[in-house]
Design a protein around this ligand. Sequence first.
Ligand code: PMP
Length: 403
Amino acid sequence: MKLSQMARSIAPSPTLRLNEQARLLRERGEPVIHLGVGEPKNKAPRAAIERASALLEGGYVKYGPTAGQPALREAIAGYTETFYGRRIAPENTIVSASAKQSIYNALVSVVNPGDEVIILAPYWVSYPEMVRLVYGVPVIVPLRDAAFEPQIAAVEAAVSDATRAIIVNSPNNPSGAVYSSAFVAALVDLAERHDLYLIMDDIYHQLVFDGSEAPSAYRFTQRDVDDSTIIVINGISKSYGMTGFRIGWAVAARQVVEVMTAIQGQIITCPSPLTQAAAEGALTGSQEIVEDLRRTMQANRDAMLDELHAIPGVRVTRPAGTFYCLPDFSAYNPSSEALSDMLLHKALVVTVPGKAFGAEGHLRLSFSGNREDLIEGIRRIKWALDPSGPNEIYIGDHKIVRD
Ligand code: PMP
């Protein structure tokens, strides 16, 4: 088969591959615990379901405007004012069929072939591949230490004449770190000095713990949104737990939104008005669900940390947000892929190798699932790593053997 060179250079998402492996094991009746997936267990907010149901009931679900339904773009402008203290126009927003698509659309709109895009490790797995998809060159700022916040000097050192953009994700998948105000301010300053796009993936910005906040890039710029190179990405997948609705958005200068809209029009015409109605319901309805989710995730984090602290030699940095933790297991195995594979087959626990996120020696563990499951999952990991423990354990009537 003749495939394009670019297509052949793209790695499949390791998290989606692991989901598939877990599904196959479950189908065979194996009691798999999934600490790989980033997806809260909640039901969609009432207001979201009501809006979408009303539209569906009317039976009239047709194409809509390419950049999104006017009511949802208004709601996003309102959301931006509430959470970012920025007044923007609906014309500064574009809705897409997921935040993932928003990021891709932003990249395809601002990156020329051969342009470099700076990515900070640990990074979300899709960023380097998406940069390659637009014929750009990912430039990784390597992992520095367990605080998981890069040094601004390292970011500055990564800037070259070919740099076009920086992608930043805070609160961060996979580490759960929330970047400090000082770091975000320095990033904005750097981007403005070098005239770079600063793509802020804020998808977890409401999921922060212990009463803290995720500092927004807008706080540190004097520029009006229309003169700014900041592109903010957000969506309903994480804060509202509405992953299956596939709605995300970008906020940017009108000129950037216009280009993104032209491109989107050629690819999907428009995101589904049905799920856009649900998204509008989520944004304008009761926000209690977000707080409930945040509280649940914080309690899950605490439960996971308690269990992880009981494993000797594992170094854990307390996540300040998201629903991921990135402990360092290198004392057990320097290869995160080998370790993750062993844990899947011996302990029937799905973890994601840190290598995929530029964090070799670490495993990404999601605490978005049921609390009992995540406690059981970490206990099984502890058992699998402890040579002095029993050689076999029973999960229900299912026996698993370490060696
Ligand atoms: N950005 C980050 C950092 C994510 O973790 C995810 C989902 N895993 C996304 C974007 C994509 O979200 P969506 O479901 O809206 O595509």
